[in-house]
Design a binder for this molecule. Structure first.
Ligand SMILES: Cc1cc2nc3c(=O)[nH]c(=O)nc-3n(C[C@H](O)[C@H](O)[C@H](O)COP(=O)(O)OP(=O)(O)OC[C@H]3O[C@@H](n4cnc5c(N)ncnc54)[C@H](O)[C@@H]3O)c2cc1C
Length: 72
């Protein structure tokens, strides 16, 4: 039996799954056909695709920065 079950593979689920997987076993479930939720990329045909949601990430919080932290 796994330690955790993460529902949803969007950026939130993927982030917590990535953190948990360093120490625990887990499964990730998503109701969609693919992974990524609103940060996924949809393929239109062989040559064309588009970003379903997120086109850019604009961190407004210093908590998103990695070390050395701007608060240090
Ligand atoms: C058109 C558009 C443009 C955007 N542009 C930007 C941008 O440029 N920059 C930016 O920072 N943000 C942008 N956003 C916002 C950003 O896409 C979302 O805030 C972010 O992707 C949400 O991530 P999430 O993991 O919280 O949710 P989601 O990405 O919605 O993931 C939730 C996942 O859970 C799954 N799920 C839901 N219910 C269940 C269930 N009962 N069982 C199993 N699985 C389930 C869904 O299928 C989905 O894969 C945009 C959004 C849209 C719609």
């Amino acid at each position: 039996m796994k330690d955790f079950c993460v529902i949803g593979s969007g950026i939130s689920g993927a982030t917590i799954a990535n953190s948990l997987s360093k120490k625990y076993s887990l499964d990730v479930y998503d109701k969609a056909r693919g992974v990524g939720g609103r940060s996924s990329n949809k393929k239109l045909n062989k040559n064309e695709s588009f970003d379903h949601g997120v086109q850019y990430i604009s961190p407004k919080s210093c908590l998103l920065y990695t070390s050395p932290s701007p608060r240090d």
